[in-house]
Write a protein that binds this ligand. Structure first.
Ligand SMILES: [Zn+2]
Ligand SMILES: [Zn+2]
Length: 398
């Protein structure tokens, strides 16, 4: 009954402001009623599930902005992109990102597309965590993984996903029957890492393209997402490259890695300056490289990410960038949120709870078919201690 009243309130709000696209409403956690943002006046902080996304608005949340050596304040790379038409996309899902995604208490029934820039653990390490966690928390359809090929088949996304499925066979088998059948499936869409600005996804007015990046081995890429006249670019790990300079043109939001400068990197890892210079300026893009890229491209907002964050490091990064670029800039931190429309741009931090309840699932999730229940063998079941009797099993909801 409470839910019924809540949805009536939501529909009324939409009718008044008339800004939300049909079908865009998310399943909200109990107790949250999102409000329309009037005249682009966003609150100073973003409290998840309290704001209706405008029909022409895009919201980008940095879920992870750090390094493989993740910290509590900076987990590995991931961005969550939500569109006013209700679509949602994940770009990279590095280790630790799932915790930040979960802290937003999103409608997991709508999060079923992951785009991977490359197969480093700081970019895909939480993919199985997302797969299982979202299957547990509302997703009842397959999850789709879009990722690059490699120089050889065994270095590509198909092999990565097949390997993940094999490695987690036991985990997946324990959950079949208890969770929706289709939600356990992973569909992999491997595309050619060499393709230049070619479409890898196109649906519902959203076009996503990929192009190569220069990083470690062949097989790192960048993406652009275009929708409703807005362009978001997600740069994969790279040395500054010609494809980014060409295909990230006209970006509203251009994100690109912005690594620690050599000296700060050497101090952080205890490396000698030669190794730090190699990693920072040959495998990655140091702040001046990032700054030069943005000074040339002139996006509406330049977003730098992928660094070890501390007051000293952040100052070193800023000094490097500002020596060569004086345009709009956001150094991404975990849970930084950007709201963008054709007219407005708002950069804020999300405020989330340390302890969060799971998001409420939809009735469709509850009713989705579940078959092939597995259980331990007789040999194991016979080991049940007779001193405990569990409560009777209630009926499943029909
Ligand atoms: Zn990498
Ligand atoms: Zn990386």
């Amino acid at each position: 009954m409470i839910r019924k009243i809540r949805s009536v309130v939501l529909i009324a709000a939409v009718a008044v402001v008339g800004i939300l696209a049909a079908g865009a409403q998310d399943n909200m956690p109990l107790g949250r009623t999102p409000a329309a943002i009037v005249d682009g006046q966003h609150p100073a902080s973003y409290f998840p599930n309290t704001e209706l996304l405008g029909a022409g608005e895009m919201r980008i949340t940095a879920l992870g902005t750090g390094m493989p050596n993740q910290t509590k304040k900076a987990v590995s790379i991931s961005y969550y992109v939500e569109l006013g038409n209700g679509d949602k996309f994940i770009f990279d899902i590095g280790m630790g990102a799932m915790g930040n995604l979960f802290s937003l208490r999103p409608d997991f029934s709508k999060i079923d597309k992951v785009f991977a820039s490359h197969l480093h653990v700081d970019h895909v390490g939480d993919f199985m965590g997302l797969h299982i966690g979202s299957w547990l928390s509302g997703r009842y359809t397959p999850i789709h993984f879009y990722g690059p090929s490699g120089a050889t088949p065994e270095l590509g996304s198909k092999t990565f996903i097949e390997g993940m499925k094999k490695a987690y066979q036991w985990d997946i088998a324990t959950r079949t029957g208890a969770l929706p059948d289709a939600g356990g499936q992973i569909v992999v869409h491997e595309f050619d890492y060499l393709q230049e600005n070619v479409i890898v996804y196109q649906e519902n007015g959203v076009t996503i393209r990929s192009w190569p990046a220069i990083h470690s081995l062949d097989g790192s890429v960048s993406f652009s997402l275009e929708w409703n006249g807005l362009k978001y670019v997600f740069g994969g790990d790279t040395y500054p490259n010609k494809w980014y300079m060409e295909f990230a043109k006209d970006a509203d939001i251009a994100s690109h890695e912005c690594f620690l400068p050599p000296k700060a990197l050497a101090e952080y890892f205890g490396w000698d300056l030669s190794q730090a210079t190699y990693v920072s300026t040959r495998i990655h893009s140091e702040p001046q490289a990032f700054g030069k890229v943005m000074a040339t491209l002139k996006p509406r907002m330049a977003v730098g990410y992928h660094s070890v964050q501390s007051p000293e490091n952040n100052a070193a990064i800023m000094d490097g960038i500002r020596a060569v670029y004086d345009g709009p800039l956001a150094i991404a931190r975990d849970l930084m949120v950007i709201n963008v429309t054709k007219e407005t741009m708002e950069v804020r931090m999300a405020i989330v709870d340390e302890y969060v309840l799971p998001p409420d699932v939809t009735p469709a999730y509850v009713k989705a078919p579940r078959t092939d229940t597995k259980s331990p063998s007789e040999a194991i079941l016979n080991g049940k201690w007779p001193g405990y009797t569990p409560p009777p099993m209630p009926q499943r909801p029909q």
